[in-house]
Ligand binder design. Sequence first.
Ligand SMILES: [Zn+2]
Length: 399
Amino acid sequence: MLKKKARRMAAAMMAGILTCSLTAVPVKADSISETEQRGKELQKQKEAAENEKSSLASQLNQVISDMQETEKKLTEKQDEIKKAQDELVQAQIQENDQYEAMKLRIKYMYENGNASLLEILFSAKSMGDLLNKAEYVQSISEYDRNMLEKYEKLTKEIEEKEAALEKEEEELKTLQNDLIAKRNSVNQLLAEKEVQISSLEDQIGANAAKLQELIKEAEEAKRRQEEAAAAKRAAEEAARKAALAAQQAASSSGSSSGSGSSSAGNSHVSGNGSLAYPVASPRITSGYGYRTAPTAGATSRHDGIDFGGATGTPIYASAAGTVVTAAYNSARGNYVVINHGNGLQTWYQHCSAVYVSVGQKVSKGQNIAAIGSTGIVTGPHLHYEVHVNGTPVNPLNYL
Ligand SMILES: [Zn+2]
């Protein structure tokens, strides 16, 4: 038994907490526009990053195309070097052949009696050395000398050419290495840009989700507000109907007026004059004419009569007519003036609610307002005036 009760209480508390948390969520209209603004900024940042990325991509393409160009040049250079090396080998072979042939001829000359030549030949450290020494040897033929010089010169030229080619190859390799470094750095920048774009896309997604959530909350808040307003209207309508029903019941049970009014809505209408009492159970709390002011103690003229009644008590039109004023005034509070024609007007003041508007036609006995305490009053009551040609008169002469 106790357990059950405790559980029910807990459930009620939970419901309370849920209701509170629902109503406590503040939905600011400007947080929606802020989020929209943030979304636009993120989109702009993403576009900028995409532009930088495409610029980097075209830089990378340029670097790769430069690398291909350099690679092609390197291949060509290496072909040239290989060709030069072949030429050099050929030249060295020719040079060597010439040297060998010359040595044979020198040997032949020695065998025919020239000893000093052989000495030179075998003491020479290289062909160049031999040539220097042979310069002083008249016996070496002009032919051999010329041929040796020619081949030596050719070999030297090819060697120089090869060296120049190798130097060019080195330069190309340096260029290629620079290009590789550049490619790597552009690739790195591109990867970073990808990360940045991906992060921006995440932020854009999260922001869009937040925006959707805020819009949903705003719609929810608006819906709750509309529901509350509708409930309030329904409650007011029900209260009015209940008051009217109570009014009808009261007047039908105690009807002694004999005014001949048969309509249910007008059944409260009483009195012998041309005007009906503006309230169902008239209870005059202050009469017309000179009286002692309740606060200041001085006498003042009272332009109407006061009917006592609780706030919300219905006020009825004394006769058919047209509403000429339905307004608020700091002294009169909410008040209504109905023009009945022929210079006759009725005034209803200090109302808690007014149900008619200016220009509206009203019928005798129509519920036009409710007793209240708006304006300068000491408590709720209806201050009722009758005007003839713009001048207040004693209402009792017309009721
Ligand atoms: Zn009064």
